[in-house]
Design a protein around this ligand. Structure first.
Ligand code: PHE
Length: 506
């Protein structure tokens, strides 16, 4: 019989009477255990040996534990220093003992708390008093945790008392993990094959250009693959669920007849705030809420629009308009900020600045990043994706707005939207949107919307109705996937397991 080299070596090393582990055999034939495991499965498939598997726990010492192994557990060192200082008769000052025991940094706290826990004595008014009278089990010279450490170091983790092992684990001194131990035994057929003689066949694991050009591939023997063998989990690249959902949102909106807007992340306050009839002394315009940039002011603003917006702020719009009577300067309007909403894009498009004058009906959207100086918490990030959108048409009402949201959210399986009247300086009426969190049942805000006021539309030169909104993509994601902390999907605290395993919802 001709077999690949590793299989021959394994067959010769295995025994019919003695069950031997793959690790032992790999050592003996001087091959790596992955190759030997593969060979074992191949030989098992050929009926020449049996492979048995059982799960076992492997216990490894941490670096801290290795240190204690040399120096002794901190509480034992403290105990010995205390006895040396005569603390079993009276007390000994703690400061002295810490030095004598060579305890450093966090070892001091570790020593004190375990000293007390193990009943070696007590600490009173800065003095350590040794008192072993707590019970017959209190014996610093046969400390179960120290003994367990030594046993593990000697490769005898299997004999360690479970309680001591748990203790070491909770002290961060051992790492426990499950492993599969495989062992092999020769079958009768295996013994027969060995007696009849097995030869090494050169086997090839992969076709190379050389094998092909020389024609040698015809004569070589190829290694067989065992597709059932355990393999490492490979986490391939994957589109982030946030990006995935952003793309779905775009598809849905395009399907509803919307076109996509684009524009700068850093923009003039004019587009971000002034066009939206936000007074320049509005509290939301301070650095508490928005990120100002130390860059030169934006010079290229349309002069006539600038004048009309200024007039809306100062005098108001229409016969009954009154304006704000609050300070307004072009310096503030030209200041560049990171946009706190993508409504700045809506202003650029509605004014004709982005793609020229627009005639109703029109529908536009964007799914883009916005930046806010919020406090990080489970539902707030400093930057998030906003789903901005607006519809420009002759006659629009709140029913159109609600109908659009109902249609949009239905595509994502969200059918229990609630609306709450709200205030925005730029829309009247305004509504906040809420959806129910699938896990907690809590109502969470998912967006803000309304119908633009005359004070916004008239300066822009729009003389029909425009309904508009800004929805949070991350909140939509929370309703779809049920996670409770936005930081699970974003940033340095993100939950990689969740991101790897989450199923795509269609
Ligand atoms: N800009 C608002 C926000 O960020 C959303 C919005 C856009 C509301 C347009 C009404 C109209 O919350």
């Amino acid at each position: 019989m001709r077999l690949p080299e590793t299989q021959v070596a394994l067959l010769e090393a295995a025994s019919a009477t003695d069950t031997r582990t793959i690790e032992q055999l790999a050592d003996e034939v001087d091959a790596d255990s992955v190759a030997v495991t593969r060979a074992a499965f191949e030989l098992e498939a050929a009926g020449l040996l049996t492979v048995e598997e059982h799960r076992a726990e492997s216990v490894e010492l941490t670096e801290e534990a290795e240190r204690y192994l040399e120096q002794g557990l901190p509480e034992l060192r403290l105990y010995r220093a205390a006895v040396d200082a005569g603390a079993d008769e009276g007390g000994a000052p703690m400061g002295e003992l810490v030095g004598a025991a060579g305890l450093e940094g966090s070892e001091v706290d570790i020593a004190l708390s375990n000293f007390a826990r193990k009943g070696f004595g007590r600490i009173e008014a800065g003095e350590v008093i040794v008192d072993l009278s707590g019970g017959p089990d209190v014996d610093p010279d046969a400390d179960p945790e120290m003994e367990a450490l030594e046993a593990i170091a000697a490769g005898e983790a299997g004999y360690v008392d479970e309680g001591a092992l748990d203790r070491l684990h909770s002290r961060g001194l051992v790492v426990r993990s499950d492993t599969t131990i495989r062992s092999v035994t020769l079958t009768d057929d295996g013994v027969t094959a060995l007696m009849e003689g097995v030869e090494v066949a050169e086997t090839v694991g992969a076709v190379t250009p050389e094998l092909l050009t020389s024609g040698e591939w015809r004569d070589v023997e190829f290694t067989e693959y065992n597709v059932e063998a355990d393999a490492e989990t490979v986490n391939g690249g994957k589109e982030h669920i946030l990006r995935q959902t952003a793309n779905r949102v775009k598809d849905v909106l395009v399907g509803m007849g919307f076109q996509e807007m684009e524009g700068p992340h850093a923009d003039a306050e004019f587009w971000i705030n002034d066009c939206l009839f936000m007074p320049q002394d509005h509290p939301a315009r301070t650095h508490w809420d928005q990120f100002g940039l130390e860059v030169p002011p934006m010079e290229e603003l349309p002069e006539d629009l600038l004048a009309r917006v200024e007039s809306a702020h100062r005098e108001g719009v229409g016969e009954d308009g009154d304006g704000y009577h609050s300070p307004w300067t072009t310096d503030v309007a030209r200041q560049v900020d990171l946009r706190g909403h993508t409504t700045s894009l809506s202003m650029r498009y509605l004014s004709g600045e982005a793609v020229g004058e627009l005639e109703p009906p029109k529908r536009y959207f964007s799914v883009e990043k916005v930046y806010r100086n919020d406090t990080l918490d489970p539902t707030h990030l400093l930057e998030f994706f906003q789903i901005e959108g607006w519809v420009m048409a002759e006659e629009l009402s709140v029913r159109d707005l609600m109908g659009t949201f109902t249609e949009f959210y239905e595509q994502f399986g969200i059918t229990d939207l609630e609306f709450k009247p709200h205030y925005n300086p730029y829309t009247e009426p305004s509504f906040e949107l809420f959806g129910e969190h699938p896990e907690t049942g809590e109502l969470i805000e998912v967006g803000n919307s309304g119908i633009f006021r005359e004070e916004v539309l008239t300066p822009l030169g729009v003389d029909c109705d425009v309904m508009a909104w800004g929805l949070a993509l991350e909140r939509l994601l929370m309703l779809m996937y049920g996670f409770e902390d936005i930081r699970d999907v974003h940033g340095t605290m993100c939950d990689l397991e969740l991101l790897r395993n989450v199923e795509v919802v269609h």
